[in-house]
Structures are given as structure tokens and as C-alpha cells.
Design a protein around this ligand. Structure first.
Ligand code: SAM
Length: 272
């Protein structure tokens, strides 16, 4: 997979040399290219922003540096044999970045990121490239960062670990919280490793039992408990037939009930 990032803070992307993403780069699974947007400015101050039309606080990133940079990056990618670029625009006004979106992006051969600063990029840039490329405007959460570089790091790490050959154990992400395809969207429950006792704290007996069925049941119960406590919205959205008899007994014991459509609803005092 090829990744291009255009930014006014190339050094902010240095963590892409480290850990999982860094190893994927070293092994040739990821071709990451970080570009300084200011290389495409034409004035001696390397200006990338200007005042907003209509007034108001803050500055807006200018069309020309972005347009020239993206034209060159796209042309360079094609020259090097890359195909089908997807433009990934981090923005708090984008659709939520989820595990499903990570899976979708991990299947693309080439991603081009446009992390912005100030109040964002002049809208015409996204509109222009949307006529030629698929564009994904993505938010990594309901908060506002000072710039999109941290969002690029988040999205890249979530995508890179899904690429074939990146994780040592290909099964590792199958049971992740939010793994798509799971009938119910459950968070992953607690995990433990050696030693069996730490500061007089043991681990659940069932994990030492060697009984795979009981272990799977315990893991699922813990996942349901955790999801009910932290993300009741995920349980409420799950299809009613996603839950087996033991799931239903646990949800009932936790005070959940089924509405007219069969969807599970939290106890009245927990309802969002
Ligand atoms: N005024 C903009 C708004 O409210 O939509 C916020 C601009 S923010 C200060 C500057 C840049 O940081 C954004 O253009 C985007 O690239 C990035 N950014 C901030 N919060 C983000 C989030 N939650 N997800 C993805 N990118 C974000």
C-alpha cells in the first residue's frame, strides 16, 4: 500500500517510522511518503493560509498550495505505478472513523491524506478532487484537534495493522473490539498473562481450566458486560438474533429488556 501525507508539519509524522507501521515500511509492505505543503507555495513567506470569506475568527488554508501539491503527488504516484488513490480528509465534520472504515481503507492500494491546520482547507479543494477520486472525510472523534496530523497517525495505525503480513499473528485482529462481521458489536473483555498471581491478584479460574467452551463463554460474557457498561449504544444497535440463549439470560440479569422490535434496551436509569 502507498500512503502520501501532505502537511505543514512533516516532522509530526515521524512516529510513522516506529513500531508496527515502521516495521511494515521496513519490510516493504507500506510505502509512506510525507510531503511539506510549503514546498508548493510561491511567495517568499511560504504562505498557506488567508482570512475567511464572510469574516470570523481564524484562518483558512489556501486553494493553490493544496491544489498544486495534490496534482504533483497524484502524478508522482501514477508514474510509480500506483493506482486508484483515495483522498482521506481528516476533519471533525467528517463521518466517524470506525473499524469498518479501517477495513475498507486497508483494501485500497493508495491513500492520500490531507491533514489541515487553522480552520481547515478552502472547501473548493475537496470538491475539486471529489470529481476525480473517491474522497473520505473522516473524524476520529467528537472533539477538535489543532491539526489533522494526529488523526493521520490514528487512521494509519488502524489501517496498517489490518494489512496482510503486518501482524505476526494473522488472527490477532479477528477478535478485536469492533471487528466487523461479529454478529453483535461487542467490546473485547479483559485479558491476562503470566504470572498467575500479581500483588495477590489472581486471574479467573476458567482461564486456567483448559476448557475451550467455558473459556469462550466467559470471554463472551465479559464482552457483553463491558459493552453494556461502556457502550450501550453498540448493544442496542445489534440485531436481536445476534444473541444466544446464554447472552439473553445475562442481558436480562443485567436489567436489559427487549423492545417491540426485539432490540435490547438498557435498564431505564441507564438509558442514554
Ligand atoms: N473549524 C474546524 C471545525 O470545527 O470543523 C476545526 C478545524 S481544526 C482546528 C484543524 C484541523 O484539525 C482540521 O481541519 C482537521 O484536519 C483536524 N482535526 C481536528 N479535529 C479532528 C477530528 N476530530 N478528526 C479528524 N481531524 C481533525
Amino acid at each position: 500500500m502507498r500512503l502520501d501525507v501532505v502537511t505543514i508539519f512533516p516532522e509530526y509524522l515521524d512516529p510513522l517510522d516506529v513500531s508496527l507501521v515502521g516495521k511494515a515500511r521496513a519490510r516493504g509492505l507500506l510505502d509512506v511518503r510525507v510531503h511539506d505543503l510549503r514546498d508548493w507555495t510561491r511567495d517568499k513567506h511560504h504562505t498557506v493560509d488567508d482570512t475567511p470569506y464572510g469574516g470570523g475568527p481564524g484562518m483558512v488554508m489556501k486553494t493553490d498550495p493544496w491544489g498544486d501539491a495534490l496534482d504533483d503527488v497524484i502524478a508522482d504516484g501514477y508514474e510509480h505505478g500506483a493506482t486508484r488513490p483515495v483522498l482521506v480528509v481528516p476533519t471533525p465534520s467528517g463521518e466517524p472513523f470506525t473499524q469498518d472504515r479501517a477495513v475498507e481503507l486497508s483494501r485500497q492500494p493508495w491513500l492520500i491524506f490531507t491533514p489541515a491546520r487553522y480552520e481547515g482547507i478552502d472547501r473548493r479543494v475537496t470538491d475539486e478532487y471529489a470529481t476525480r477520486l473517491p474522497v473520505r472525510e473522516l473524524s476520529i472523534g467528537d472533539y477538535v484537534l489543532a491539526g489533522g496530523e494526529a488523526a493521520v497517525l490514528v487512521i494509519t495505525e488502524a489501517v496498517a495493522r489490518l494489512l496482510p503480513g503486518v501482524l505476526g499473528n494473522a488472527e490477532s485482529h479477528r477478535d478485536d473490539s469492533f471487528a466487523p462481521g461479529a454478529m453483535a458489536h461487542l467490546l473485547e473483555g479483559p485479558v491476562y498473562t503470566k504470572p498467575p498471581t500479581w500483588r495477590r491478584r489472581g486471574i479467573p479460574d476458567v482461564l486456567l481450566s483448559g476448557h475451550h467452551g467455558n473459556i469462550a463463554r466467559w470471554r463472551r460474557d465479559e464482552a457483553i458486560r463491558r459493552t453494556a457498561a461502556h457502550r450501550p449504544d453498540l448493544l442496542r444497535r445489534s440485531a436481536p438474533d445476534a444473541f444466544d440463549k446464554k447472552d439473553r439470560a445475562l442481558l436480562t440479569a443485567l436489567g436489559w429488556y427487549q423492545d417491540q422490535d426485539g432490540h435490547w434496551q438498557p435498564p431505564a436509569q441507564d438509558a442514554p
